[in-house]
Write a protein that binds this ligand. Sequence first.
Ligand code: DGL
Length: 278
Amino acid sequence: MKVGVFDSGIGGITVLSELRKKFGTAHYVYLGDTAHLPYGTKSPAQIERLSIQCAKKLKKKNIDVLVVACNTASSLALPAIQDVMKTTPVFGVVEPGIHAALNAVQQNGIREKRDSTPLLILATRATVQSHAYGKALHKLFPTQSDSEQASFPIIEQACPLLVPMIEEGWINHPILHLTVSEYVKPHLNLFPTGIALLGCTHYPWIQSVFEKALPNWTVVHSASAVAELLEKSELFSSNNKIRINSNPSQRPTGEIEWIFTDPDSLPAFAKTLIQEGV
Ligand code: DGL
């Protein structure tokens, strides 16, 4: 079984790493479109065009399934990508993100706290402008009444400066800490607690920075929910070419083919991770 994974850069590695924990014997082809990042500040038409190019490159690799490990591409280009991939199944990261957030809502008993606890979606500008998360929530739970929605405020915050900093390797830089604080400050001032969903696959690299900036909030992301969704899907349950790791502490054995459209731009921490194995 060959799994294609793509992102604008190194963000999708956070998803790849969770996939490998569950599907350790699968063969992966990872494509990071580093020559064209960031996607999140581009127009919907540009994002669609770049995403189609990535899908076409991976299709040539004869993959059995494609994971779009980029929220921006998942929000704006999923139908176009599915068109390119024809019968090859395509999974995005927005729906799993919603599942991760709702899990956190349940675990934290937030329904009882009603309007005092929001779901803050932190994402790229393009993802925020697409309102993909609000739409996906509505699609998954169409019967949710207006009053219930009103009791569970959804706030979207674009964080356009973060992807360039992470790709620069500034994952613990004082400027990054300051920038994250600036993005979350208005929400922290209004709500002492809440659920923050990292709606960009780059942000799990700096989850601890968000946690520090949002004390008393729960910070979640979609990476493990993507792997869980795949595990539950028809494709994986019925296909015996792929074996689910019985022991999660066992190192994955399947190989990874790495493709970066600008390999020289990778930050040192990502290079080390790739060399040592994700
Ligand atoms: N990892 C991508 C995402 O999840 C980042 C997009 C970008 O390059 O701005 O949205």
